[in-house]
Design a protein around this ligand. Structure first.
Ligand code: 13P
Length: 251
């Protein structure tokens, strides 16, 4: 299976910067097209920049998929400030990140709510990238596995399969801290997630499990060697084309 190299741009940059970033990513992939034999690429810009980034992707034939960073749990209607799965689809998205820890904590999103969003994404034919991961105190108190199991059980619709869903394991203490989980920790957690997916879902075969949390070009090779690491969800390093591609080169 090809690794999915996914960039979560979060709430960074302005329109011109977003266009030049995808342009640079496109040039770098164009300079070494054989990388596409090992990697699929995805970028998730801020919602307001999806159109211009998608336009650049189409215009320059850049082999990168585009996704949203969140979607509403409802269909279109009177929901001020929300962006629907249907709108993301209409804008050319193939993916949407759901349940990122920044939304779980800063927006109080529950796993049940994320499950509803995932169902909406699935209805529109979007692949949901559903994030799970424990907080630092939960790991220190030995509860990381229980927390992740509960998040998986409650957030991932039971009809999910490899075409509709990607899981991203992002330990919260590793996000934006420069403190990545060790390959041994990642190995154990990804094996556990694989097992839980098999238990919970009828069709979990080949579902990708990404690791996210301070992935950089210099730790990516060790992470990608780990069993059940099918790609990376990258925050900070996805904002620099050379680092984003440096991570892909580590595959
Ligand atoms: P960093 O790569 O900046 O740690 O962010 C990870 C992340 O949250 C991706 O969704």
């Amino acid at each position: 299976m090809k690794k999915l190299i996914a960039g979560n741009w979060k709430m960074n940059g302005l329109e011109a910067g977003a266009v030049s970033l995808i342009g640079e990513i496109g040039s770098k992939i164009g300079a070494e097209p054989e990388i596409l034999e090992r990697c699929d690429f995805l970028v998730c810009p801020p919602a307001l920049h999806i159109h211009v980034v998608k336009h650049k992707i189409d215009h320059d034939h850049i082999p990168v998929a585009i996704g949203g960073q969140d979607c509403a749990s409802t269909e279109n209607g009177a929901f001020t400030g929300n962006v629907s799965a249907e709108m993301l689809k209409d804008a050319g998205c193939a993916y949407v990140i759901l349940g990122h820890s920044e939304r779980r904590s800063l927006h109080n999103e529950s796993s049940a709510y994320i499950n509803e969003k995932a169902a909406r994404a699935h209805m529109q034919g979007l692949t949901a990238v559903i994030c799970v991961g424990e907080q630092e105190d939960e790991r220190e108190s030995g509860n990381a596995y229980d927390v992740v199991a509960k998040q998986l059980w409650e957030s991932v619709p039971k009809v999910s399969n490899a075409a509709t869903t990607v899981i991203a394991y992002e330990p919260v203490w590793a996000i934006g801290t420069g403190k990545s989980a060790t390959p041994d920790d990642v190995k154990a957690m990804h094996a556990f997630i694989r097992e839980k997916l098999q238990e919970n879902l009828a069709e979990s075969a080949n579902m990708r499990i990404l690791y996210g949390g301070s992935v950089k070009p210099d730790n990516a090779a060790d992470l990608f060697k780990v069993d059940n690491v099918d790609g990376a969800l990258i925050g900070g390093a996805s904002l620099k084309a050379d680092q984003f591609l440096g991570i892909a080169q580590a595959v």
